[in-house]
Write a protein that binds this ligand. Structure first.
Ligand code: BLA
Length: 509
């Protein structure tokens, strides 16, 4: 029996995916120096143009490109100002021989990169198409319907079998929050994937370059010549549309039964919030015009999303305010006691997303939902007395700070504690379960490793076991909005409890 070695998933983060030295063969690439001398060419030049890449190295562009094309490219180059900008020209007679190409242009290397694909004439006005799709998106109500409509539109736009909204959590893991798929395909909706499925450098790259198409996972990639420039550096393909992707990811897609993939970055405040990810069971090339349209749709979607999410936050704040008013009204209108306050547990539970809630006041305990055992709560509140200091305290890995909590990690790995008396002593506690128990994680542990000619190696979709080890004892982290609502609740509850204890003391007297 072979024993798998320990897996170092972080090794994935070190693969230089922006400079792997090859492109996909559905187009060709030329790198030109600032004085328009060819410094690099891809092997695919041969297939598209019938010239050997090595033969054109060192040639002035005037000997390869058509006069009209040179003029157009010079003009476009002038407009490339910002660092990560790309210009696209559709239907350009690039070589002056009559064949039309769709061309992308960006600064890079010692000058700029020109990428060309055979021109595809789109019957539809893609700008008009995006406008229509976006109008439909805006007619939806709420965040869920917004995502659902977006993936439906992405399928219309791309013709792919499947489109998903893949949203990242704070720990980098991702969840499929919306999906549109051809009938008969297995659904991924609601599945979670570990952070290691999309390594760090890939996420950074996707913030700069918002779209990538993998047209055919089985296509042989085309090497860029020369491999290293005179300074010994590989060509930086970060912004190249033709960039061949990591072989590790290609294997991942094959394991998923995917032949073509395209993803568009969803950004919030410039940071990667998620991906619009599309799959196809057969190889599928999308024209540059359609890819541009998908990119634009992704940008409009990203901007609109910010507004939708803000609406949700405002609604959560409003719920907390309303609860405040109701609690205050209740104690003002009748001769209430702390015990009555327990009637509100259900409602309190609704203002912060949690699996369970407990109220510990004056030695009394009331619980709802999934919580630690009542016997475990005194120990926990004593820990909180030392930690919370009259403030809201939140952790998504309670066992790390308070070791005895490991015993009930499955029921409560996350706690959000709101002190409700002036001295730390009484608390309202929100609990979240261990994440591995609350979500459906994708992947099969038994497929964590494969044996290849060079020994055991980590393969995509197989990092599951390693990941599961790492999330033991952790819950979904509390978000900024949870903390804001908790702080508002703290102020309310403090007031409520003070009044109630005042009145019960009066009674006793
Ligand atoms: C990239 N991984 C990606 C991408 C996605 C995923 C969407 C972006 C590239 C693309 O558009 O295809 C993951 N795809 C998913 C997930 C779903 C999906 C989770 O459809 C869910 C439905 N991958 C691993 C491991 C490694 C790894 C363990 O699982 C590292 C050893 C690597 N993934 C990896 C790399 C890339 C990647 C290197 C970057 C590919 C590139 O752009 O070059």
């Amino acid at each position: 029996e072979h024993r798998p070695p320990r897996i170092d998933v972080s090794a994935c983060d070190r693969e230089p995916i922006h400079a792997l030295g090859s492109v996909q063969p559905f187009g060709f690439l030329l790198a030109l120096s600032s004085d328009w001398i060819v410094s690099h060419a891809s092997g695919s030049l041969e297939d598209h143009v019938g010239r050997s890449p090595v033969e054109v190295l060192g040639m002035p562009a005037t000997e390869i490109l058509g006069v009209e094309a040179l003029h157009v490219l010079r003009g476009r180059l002038q407009t490339l100002r910002g660092p990560d900008q790309v210009e696209r020209v559709f239907g350009l007679d690039l070589l002056g021989g009559g064949a039309l190409f769709d061309v992308a242009l960006h600064r890079g290397g010692e000058g700029f990169l020109v990428e060309a694909e055979p021109h595809v004439a789109e019957e539809l006005d893609t700008g008009e198409l995006v406008r229509t799709l976006f109008a439909r998106l805006q007619r939806t109500e709420g965040v869920d319907a917004f995502h659902r409509e977006a993936v439906r539109q992405m399928r219309v736009l791309t013709g792919f079998d499947r489109a998903m909204v893949y949203r990242f959590a704070e720990d980098g893991s991702g969840e499929v929050v919306a999906e549109s798929a051809r009938a008969g395909l297995e659904s991924y909706l609601g599945l979670r994937y570990p952070a290691s499925d999309i390594p760090q450098q890939a996420r950074q790259l996707y913030e700069r370059n918002p779209i990538r198409l993998i047209a055919d996972v089985d296509a042989e990639v085309s090497p860029v010549h020369p491999t290293l420039d005179p300074h010994g550096r590989p060509l930086d393909l970060s912004l190249a549309a033709l960039r061949a992707v990591s072989p590790v990811h290609i294997e991942y897609l094959r394991n998923m039964g995917v032949a073509a993939s395209m993803s568009v970055s969803i950004l919030r405040d410039g940071r990667l919030w998620g991906l619009l990810a599309c799959h196809h069971g057969e190889p599928r090339h999308l024209s540059m015009a359609r890819r541009s349209a998908a990119e634009l749709f992704g940008q409009m979607y990203s901007w609109a999303l910010e507004g939708r999410e803000r609406e949700v936050e405002r609604a959560a704040d409003a719920r907390a305010r309303e609860l405040h008013n109701r609690l205050m009204g209740a104690i003002a209108s009748r001769d209430a006691s702390v015990a009555d306050f327990e009637d509100y547990l259900g409602e309190l539970r609704g203002v912060v997303a949690c699996d369970g809630i407990a109220l510990c006041v004056e030695g009394r305990v009331a619980c709802e939902g999934v919580t630690p055992d009542v016997r475990d709560l005194p120990g926990l509140t004593r820990f909180l007395n030392r930690t919370a200091m009259s403030r809201v305290y939140a952790t998504h890995a309670l066992g790390g700070a308070y070791e005895p909590a490991m015993a009930f990690a499955d029921r409560a790995s996350g706690v959000l504690a709101i002190p409700v008396s002036r001295e730390p002593r009484d608390y309202l506690l929100f609990f979240r379960r261990e994440v591995a128990r609350t979500v459906t994680w994708a992947g099969k542990p038994e497929k964590a490793l494969t044996l290849s000619d060079d020994g055991w190696r980590l393969s995509p979709r197989k990092s599951f076991a390693a990941w599961q080890e790492r999330v033991r004892g952790t819950a979904t982290p509390w978000g900024a909005s949870d903390l804001r609502v908790a702080e508002a609740l703290r102020v309310t509850l403090l007031e409520v409890v003070l009044r109630l204890t005042d009145s019960s003391e009066k009674e006793r007297r």
